[in-house]
Ligand binder design. Structure first.
Ligand code: GLU
Length: 450
C-alpha cells in the first residue's frame, strides 16, 4: 500500500477507534474494508467530500433493550438485546439475529457493518442490519427458549416491519426460534406479512433457505476454482462447525465430488479419513438439529473417525478449507499451517472467520480466498427471495430457488472478478468490498445530506 494511502487509513482508523472504544471486532471489520476502499475513495474526491466512509461506519441507529423472562424454576431472568440498524440506502434493513453468550454491541456492529456490503453484493434491494442477545440457548428447555423469544419480540416488534427491517436467523437462532418470534410478531402486529425470514414452509418460508448459506459457499468456491479450470471434484475439504452452514456446505461439497474430512463444535473436531458422506451427514443432522448433541458422538458411532478435543480442523491437511463456525476461528498460525499443507482455496461460510493476519497470509500466498461478504451471501440472498415470494403470495419450487441462488452466487463472483482483478490474479477481498460499496455509495450520494 502506498505511504499516503496507509496514512489516510491510519488516521481514519484512529478516529473510528476513539469514537467506538473497546469494540475490537467492529474495528477489525472496518479496517479490512477501509484498506480496500481508501485508494478508490482517494481517486474519487466526491466520495471523500461526502464523508462516505465516516457516514457508512456510523449506524443509522442502535436499539438496546432488556428482555425479562421466566425460567422453568420460576426465577425471573434478564438479558440484553440489540438491533443495529446500520444502513438502509438500498433497501429496508435486513440481517440475522444471534443468540450467544459472546454477543456484545461490538460483535453486532461488525456483523451489521459486513451485512451492508454482503446484501449489496446479492443485487437484491436489502440494507444492512444485525441483532441478537447474550441469551445462551444451550441447555435451555423448549419452553424457556419460547418464553425468551416471545418476550424479546414484545419490544422488537415496534422497530421492524416488512418495509422497515426484516430479521432472520444466525448462530443460536434457527427455525424453532424464528417460529416463536414470528408467531409473537403476527399476534402483536395483527398482520401476516414477511417481516421475518427463515420461516417454516407452512407459514411463508422458502424452500432452500435452510441450505442456502452452505450451498452458496460451495457454489462460490466452485466458481473460483472453475475460473482456473479446476473444480472441487476429487478435492479434500476441511469444514469447521456443525450448524446449518457447515452441514449444507458439507452436503454440497460431497455432491460436487469433494471429500469432506472434518466437522467441529465448541468441544472439538472430528476427522473422518473415509469422508463424511450423505448417510453420515444425515446422522449429523439428526444429532445436531433434533437431539442437540455433541459432535464427539460421531467418533463413537463411526470408529474410523477420530475426535480431537478443544481443537479446530486447520491442522488436518486439505485442498479446500471452508470455515463455517464463527468469527476469528482461523488465526495466523492456522493459516500458515493450511498453506504449508497445500491448501489452495478458502471460502468463508461464517462471518469474519479469518483474523486480519490470517487473511493477509492467504492473500500474500495468492491462493483462492473467498471472503465472507461474497462467499456466504447465499443465505441472505435466499432470504431476499423469501421476501419476494411473500409479497407475491407465491411459493417457488426447490429447483426455481436453487437455480436463482446459483446464478446470484455466479454474479457475485463476476462482480468480485470485475473489481478485484490485478494482473492475472483476483483479489476477492478488494473485489467484494469495492463491488458492494459502489452501489451503496451511489445511492448515498444521490440522497444528499441524509
Ligand atoms: N445471518 C445470515 C447472514 O449472516 C442471514 C441473514 C438473513 O437471512 O437476513 O447473512
Amino acid at each position: 500500500m502506498l505511504k499516503f494511502v496507509r496514512e489516510e487509513v491510519e488516521s481514519f482508523m484512529q478516529g473510528l477507534v476513539k469514537r467506538n472504544p473497546g469494540e475490537d471486532e467492529f474495528h477489525q471489520a472496518v479496517r479490512e474494508v477501509t484498506e480496500s476502499l481508501m485508494p478508490f475513495i482517494l481517486q474519487h474526491p466526491r466520495y471523500k467530500q461526502a464523508q462516505l466512509l465516516e457516514r457508512l461506519t456510523e449506524p443509522d441507529r442502535i436499539i438496546i433493550f432488556r428482555v425479562t423472562w421466566e425460567d422453568d424454576e420460576g426465577n425471573f431472568r434478564a438479558n440484553r438485546a440489540w438491533r443495529v440498524q446500520f444502513n438502509n440506502s438500498i433497501g429496508p434493513y435486513k440481517g440475522g439475529l444471534r443468540f450467544h453468550p459472546s454477543v456484545t454491541q461490538s460483535v453486532l456492529k461488525f456483523l451489521g457493518f459486513e451485512q451492508i456490503f454482503k446484501n449489496s453484493l446479492t443485487g437484491l434491494p436489502m440494507g444492512g442490519a444485525k441483532g441478537g442477545s447474550n441469551f445462551n440457548p444451550k441447555g435451555k428447555s423448549e419452553h424457556e427458549v419460547m418464553r425468551f423469544c416471545h418476550s424479546m419480540m414484545i419490544e422488537l416488534h415496534r422497530h421492524i416491519g416488512e418495509n422497515t427491517d426484516i430479521p432472520a436467523g444466525d448462530i443460536g437462532v434457527g427455525g424453532r426460534e424464528i417460529s416463536y418470534l414470528f408467531g409473537q410478531y403476527k399476534r402483536l402486529s395483527n398482520t401476516f406479512v414477511g417481516t421475518l425470514t427463515g420461516k417454516g414452509l407452512s407459514f411463508g418460508g422458502s424452500l432452500v433457505r435452510t441450505e442456502a448459506t452452505g450451498y452458496g459457499c460451495v457454489y462460490f468456491c466452485e466458481n473460483m476454482l472453475n475460473r482456473l479450470d479446476d473444480s472441487i471434484k476429487g478435492k479434500s475439504v476441511c469444514i469447521s462447525g456443525s450448524g446449518n452452514v457447515a452441514i449444507y456446505a458439507a452436503e454440497m461439497a460431497g455432491k460436487l465430488g469433494g471429500k469432506v474430512l472434518t466437522l467441529s463444535d465448541s468441544g472439538g473436531v472430528i476427522h473422518d479419513p473415509d469422508g463424511i458422506d450423505e448417510e453420515k451427514l444425515a446422522y449429523v443432522k439428526e444429532l445436531k438439529e433434533k437431539q442437540r448433541g455433541r459432535i464427539s458422538e460421531y467418533a463413537e458411532k463411526y470408529r474410523k473417525a477420530t475426535f480431537h478435543a478443544d481443537r479446530r480442523p486447520w491442522h488436518i491437511p486439505c485442498d479446500v478449507a471452508l470455515p463455517c463456525a464463527t468469527q476469528n476461528e482461523i488465526d495466523q498460525q492456522d493459516a500458515e499451517t493450511l498453506l504449508k499443507n497445500g491448501c489452495i482455496a478458502v471460502a468463508e461460510g461464517a462471518n469474519m472467520p479469518s483474523t486480519l493476519e490470517a487473511m493477509k497470509a492467504f492473500r500474500e500466498a495468492n491462493i483462492l480466498f473467498g471472503p465472507a461478504k461474497a462467499a456466504n451471501a447465499g443465505g441472505v440472498a435466499v432470504s431476499g427471495l423469501e421476501q419476494s415470494q411473500n409479497s407475491l403470495r407465491l411459493q417457488w419450487t426447490h429447483e426455481e430457488v436453487n437455480t436463482k441462488l446459483k446464478s446470484i452466487m455466479k454474479e457475485i463472483h463476476e462482480k468480485c472478478v470485475h473489481y478485484g482483478t490485478k494482473g492475472d490474479h483476483v483479489d476477492y477481498v478488494d473485489g467484494a468490498n469495492l463491488a458492494g460499496f459502489v452501489k451503496i455509495a451511489e445511492s448515498m450520494l444521490a440522497y444528499g445530506a441524509v
